[in-house]
Design a protein around this ligand. Structure first.
Ligand code: HEC
Ligand code: HEC
Length: 303
């Protein structure tokens, strides 16, 4: 905060407080002309329409004291806590310090509660109701924006419940996907293939997934596939979890199944990024959320 704003705040705050006190003292002292009406009540002496009188009802005392009390409170507060420009307050309190204290306390409580649990192997952790409950909460706050609140994914974000894995479904592989993150690199083939060749290749990809397609086009597409795609997606199209190249025979797509979706993927490539949770959630929480994701696939559901 620059010196100007520091003094700006200090002067305005103190001047305003002083002005309020002065206002109350001044109005409290102002003389009210007094009289009494026919019922013996005190009046200010003002009369309208011949018989309407203004009664003299001063503010209740307690209200006035409440006001002075709050002025005194705010002055004490401004001495103890930050509030007056750059003045830090004699207690040395700061929101940053409080945040760090609370965070350290939360981490200690977390360690108390889950320290032993998260040391279990992931398969066993995925059977512990307490771990799954915590994992579900972590999932909701950290993963659902991309993978959906039901973890069934969305366009560009894989379904995490169908027991079908791009990067491998062994507990250690799922763990790596989450903790280390994943960066998929599917190159675009705009330069290598013209539009017609792209369409034929897309048709062959549909055939790989078991759709009935124009066989002539698929045969033509297969040549491009063998040359350009098999290295990553495998000669039979079943993919390669080391590269994150999806199985193209399962009919499960992250980026859509229509001929236009496939053509777009082949022409422009795709670069999905799963953010590493190492620095976001840390190890213990990542283990809990991994256990939760594994549990979603425990019954070996269909594809
Ligand atoms: C360098 C390795 C590599 C090559 C070569 C490659 N791919 Fe891919 N492909 C990938 C990766 C990795 C992904 C996943 C991209 C992502 O998740 O963002 C992918 C994704 C796809 C998808 C999207 C699947 C989905 O889930 O929506 C299709 C379709 C596809 N590739 C077809 C092809 C075709 C056809 C070719 C050849 C013309 C090809 N790929 C060549 C690595 C490759
Ligand atoms: C910013 C969006 C985003 C967030 C947040 C996110 N993910 Fe992902 N995740 C992705 C994308 C995109 C992929 C697919 C990467 C690719 O193209 O292969 C992915 C892939 C995965 C995979 C691998 C799936 C497979 O089939 O192999 C797992 C497991 C996963 N995420 C779990 C999680 C968990 C658990 C969280 C929360 C801690 C999370 N993700 C948060 C975007 C996200």
């Amino acid at each position: 905060m620059s010196a100007f704003w520091h003094w700006f705040i200090v002067i305005i705050t103190l001047a305003f407080t002083a002005a309020m006190v002065w206002l109350f003292i001044a109005t409290g002292k102002a003389k009210v002309p007094s009289g009494t009406n026919s019922e013996g009540k005190e009046t200010t002496g003002h009369v309208w329409d011949e018989d309407l009188e203004e009664l003299n009802n001063p503010m209740p005392r307690w209200w006035l004291w409440l006001f002075y009390g709050s002025v005194i409170f705010s002055l004490i507060y401004l001495v103890l806590y930050p509030g007056l420009g750059r003045f830090e307050g004699v207690l040395g309190w700061s929101s940053q310090g409080q945040y760090e204290q609370e965070r350290a306390a939360a981490d200690a409580a977390f360690e108390d509660r889950f320290g032993e649990l998260v040391a279990l192997p992931l398969e066993e952790l995925a059977l512990q109701p307490q771990a799954l409950e915590a994992g579900r909460n972590l999932y909701r706050t950290n993963c659902s924006t991309c993978h959906g609140s039901d973890a069934r994914g969305a366009r560009g974000y894989p379904n995490l419940t169908n027991n079908h894995w791009i990067w491998g479904g062994e507990p250690e592989q799922v763990w790596t996907s989450i903790y280390e993150g994943r960066i998929a690199a599917m190159p675009g083939f705009e330069g290598a293939l013209d539009e017609q060749e792209i369409t034929r290749t897309a048709v062959f990809v549909q055939q790989l997934a078991g759709q009935s397609v124009d066989s002539e086009m698929a045969t033509a597409g297969r040549r491009h596939y063998d040359l350009l795609c098999a290295a990553c997606h495998g000669p039979d199209g079943t993919g390669n979890p080391w590269l994150g190249a999806p199985d193209l025979t399962a009919g499960i797509y992250t980026y859509g199944s229509s001929i236009d979706d496939l053509r777009y993927t082949i022409r422009n490539g795709r670069n999905g990024v799963m953010p590493a949770q190492r620095d976001l959630l840390g190890e213990a929480r990542s283990r809990l959320v991994t256990a939760y994701v594994l549990s979603l696939n425990a019954n070996g559901s269909d594809g």
